[in-house]
Design a protein around this ligand. Structure first.
Ligand SMILES: Nc1ncnc2c1ncn2[C@@H]1O[C@H](COP(=O)(O)OP(=O)(O)OP(=O)(O)O)[C@@H](O)[C@H]1O
Ligand SMILES: [Mg+2]
Length: 221
């Protein structure tokens, strides 16, 4: 099945009398289990596209199908539920909650969904990500690489249909970035469906598809 598919997806920003097509008539697709890398110059629309795919932002035109369900037409309550259950999002700047421990940050999406976190999956995930011994620490007590591992665990705790990542290594030093890249490749190898904005060559070489954005338009490389 297609995990994601867009038709004519467009996001227009108006600033004074200027009209910006941040995403322009984008036809993007991602199969279950596929890893897609998305490249493109600064300002080409990568983050805007990812935010639309995640339901964090609303399109001006066009359709977004998540597992064949048109999410662009959902009301905000239904969309919030889809975001919590079906979409994992990893940011460049981690976006963890400062006053919560690593453990609390990871289970937050389950709690928001009024579900008990799946403890077996929690253990597997935190083991695979190598953060078992950091779980009781606050974000201020973690390194950049550890923060991003916690953010990845949070993104995956509800077993979403897709994992979306927007330059997840952009705030990390080279060596730590390579560790996080290896984790994404590992997640791909165990069947996680991933769309990742990155300039990393290793990801591009291992991805099933590479897409390039230019002035809001997207095409396969
Ligand atoms: N909220 C907004 N209001 C107005 N214009 C916006 C807004 N968000 C993004 N844009 C514009 O839309 C275009 C695409 O921005 P976007 O952040 O998606 O690019 P990007 O490819 O992620 O860039 P970068 O590599 O620097 O992160 C840019 O011209 C940007 O200035
Ligand atoms: Mg961006």
């Amino acid at each position: 099945m297609k995990a994601l598919k867009t038709e004519g997806l467009t996001k227009i920003y108006r600033q004074g009398d200027e009209t910006i097509y941040a995403v322009h008539d984008a036809n993007f697709e991602l199969d279950d289990g596929e890893m897609a890398a998305i490249k493109g110059a600064s300002g080409s629309g990568k983050s805007t596209l990812l935010h639309l795919l995640a339901g964090l932002d609303r399109p001006s035109h066009g359709k977004i199908f998540l597992r064949n369900k048109d999410i662009a037409s959902l009301d905000s309550k239904a969309l919030a539920e889809i975001r919590r259950r079906e979409i994992g999002f990893v940011y460049q700047q981690f976006n963890l909650v400062d006053i919560f421990t690593a453990r609390e940050n990871i289970i937050l999406p389950s709690l928001l969904d009024e579900k008990k976190p799946d403890e077996k999956w929690f253990d597997e995930l935190t083991e695979m990500l190598g953060i078992r011994d950091r779980l009781e620490h606050l974000p201020s007590e973690l390194s950049g690489g550890q923060l991003q591992r916690v953010a990845i665990a949070r993104a995956l705790i509800n077993r979403p249909a897709v994992l979306l990542a927007d330059e997840p290594t952009g705030s990390l030093d080279r060596e730590t970035a390579q560790e996080i890249i290896s984790l994404f490749l590992r997640l791909h190898s165990i069947g996680t469906t991933i769309a990742i904005v990155t300039h990393d060559e290793k990801i591009a070489a291992s991805a099933d598809t590479v897409w390039v954005m230019d002035g809001g338009e997207i095409k396969r490389e």
